[in-house]
Design a protein around this ligand. Structure first.
Ligand code: ZN
Length: 168
């Protein structure tokens, strides 16, 4: 694997480092790679995103979504899909119960990738918007995993998108 350059505030993690519910989220996110739909891009990259919501009463919910191409230049990244899922299915005041986001990818030929899939610039903006609504601000934890879940990076949206903008 190519050497990963970590930013300050990031740590390497593997599946074994995750808490039980985070592992379940990682498993479901990885299993959801089969939902990736990318008929237009020749490189066909499978990406899946998961969000874990843990409530104070002990209940929890896991949301997943995959990347979805609807035209040669029109697509929705997995991160945008899962943020829509979360926004549509839990109340605004519950967003503070989001524990983490997990990203997993696979290359176009179905093989494991060498490098974890860090979010594109647009998705960093989407995630920042969610983090603000979820009261996490820049500290929202994001796990970015290679296909095998063995090699990952724990980061935050504040590291991926420093100086997040304030909406008036
Ligand atoms: Zn994206």
């Amino acid at each position: 694997m190519a050497q990963l350059e970590l930013c300050p505030g990031e740590t390497m993690v593997s599946y074994a480092d995750l808490a039980p519910r985070e592992r379940e989220t990682a498993d479901l996110t990885k299993a959801n790679l089969v939902k990736s739909y990318h008929p237009f891009s020749k490189s066909g990259h499978f990406v899946s995103a998961g969000v874990l919501v843990e409530r104070p009463d002990g209940t929890y919910q896991i949301f997943v979504a995959a990347n979805n191409e609807v035209g040669p230049t029109l697509f929705s990244c997995a991160e945008q899909g899962v943020i829509r899922e979360v926004s549509n299915h839990i109340q605004e005041e519950e967003l503070g119960n989001i524990s983490c986001m997990i990203l997993v990818d696979q290359d176009g030929s179905g093989r494991a990738t060498n490098k974890p899939p860090f979010p594109c610039p647009t998705c960093r903006g989407w995630i920042a918007g969610l983090a603000k609504r979820a009261s996490w601000g820049e500290h929202l934890p994001i796990y970015v995993f290679r296909t095998d879940l063995e090699v990952g990076v724990k980061t935050t949206i504040g590291v991926l998108l420093p100086h997040m903008m304030d909406f008036p």
